[in-house]
Design a protein around this ligand. Structure first.
Ligand code: KIV
Length: 291
């Protein structure tokens, strides 16, 4: 372990019951990876939310394994201390065992230390196949955004007793299969508490209340870098989009008013060179027609 931060999936699993909640934040490129790692997070998730917060899509269904490889590579090249978890995108683990394992391996070769996939008992074959290839797997149950069409939209899951039971059973099956942690997304806190008490590996919540072993937020949400989607579980710690608009607007004002660049922001030639250039400029200027 590096300092008190878990550097591997087994380190994360060992944090169950430690009393110190795990902190996971998403990142999608080198600058965001440096920010979250320097802030001391335990895990960096290169999530398929990439589709929505970086690539401009309305849902997560549009990112491909190549997109994920590209962005995981950018994050991993910063050599963060935190464990990098790469999200397997929709349809990358649904077709065959071979494809599933090759896709998970592509994320590991790009620099992830573990992969995450969505779904419970339905996805156990995929989970087992990836684990068989010695790749650690993080589970994800509750609101699984890759299922939005099946769910009928981004909706809180597990609100009825039966639905809550399904989520608990899914999480238990994932843990039993060998997942080192399970993300719980948008479920009532009582459901999250029951899952957390029922499985031997950490739960990491997003919109799942405080009774989880850790919490995750999307980088752009916690920094206020986008505001077109703002679920109630998002707490904003900055308003960087507004700050960025103000900063770019000030630059535009300075350029239009002739206030940018200043002399200090300009490269100057030596005086004699500048003087010769000025003279040349004058002698080569076209004669203006007399009125
Ligand atoms: O893709 C993602 O960012 C996620 C988190 C919301 C958990 O899966």
């Amino acid at each position: 372990m590096v300092g008190s931060r878990p550097a591997s999936a087994p380190d994360v699993a060992a944090r169950k019951g430690s009393g110190t909640p795990l902190v996971m934040v998403t990142a999608y490129d080198a600058p965001s990876a440096r920010v979250v790692d320097e802030a001391g997070v335990d895990l960096i998730l290169v999530g398929d939310t990439l589709a929505m917060v970086v690539l401009g899509y309305d849902d997560t269904l549009h990112v491909t394994i190549d997109d994920m490889v590209h962005h995981i590579g950018a994050v991993a090249r910063t050599k963060p201390e935190a464990l990098v978890v790469g999200d397997l995108p929709w349809m990358s683990y649904h077709v065959s065992r071979e494809e599933t394992v090759c896709n998970a391996a592509a994320l590991i070769r790009a620099g992830a230390g573990a992969v995450k996939l969505e779904g419970g008992r339905k996805r156990l074959d995929s989970v087992r196949a990836i684990l068989d290839a010695e790749i650690p797997v993080m589970g994800h149950v509750g609101l699984t955004p890759q299922s939005i069409h099946a769910f009928g939209g981004f909706r809180v899951q597990g609100k009825t007793l039966d639905a809550a039971r399904e989520i608990v059973d899914d999480a238990m099956a994932l843990a039993e299969a060998g997942c080192f942690a399970v993300v719980l997304e948008c479920v009532p806190d009582a459901v999250a508490r029951l899952v957390t008490d029922s499985i031997p590996v950490p739960t990491i919540g997003i919109g799942a209340g405080r009774h989880c072993d850790g919490q995750v937020l999307v980088y752009h949400d916690l920094l206020g870098l986008q505001d077109w989607l703002r679920p109630k579980f998002v707490r904003r710690y900055a308003n960087l989009q507004a700050d960025a608009i103000t900063a770019v607007g000030r630059f535009a004002d300075d350029v239009r008013a002739g206030n940018f660049p200043s002399s200090d922001e300009t490269y100057h030639a030596a005086d004699d060179v500048a003087e010769t250039l000025r003279l040349n400029d004058r002698t080569s200027a076209p004669e203006t027609a007399s009125a």
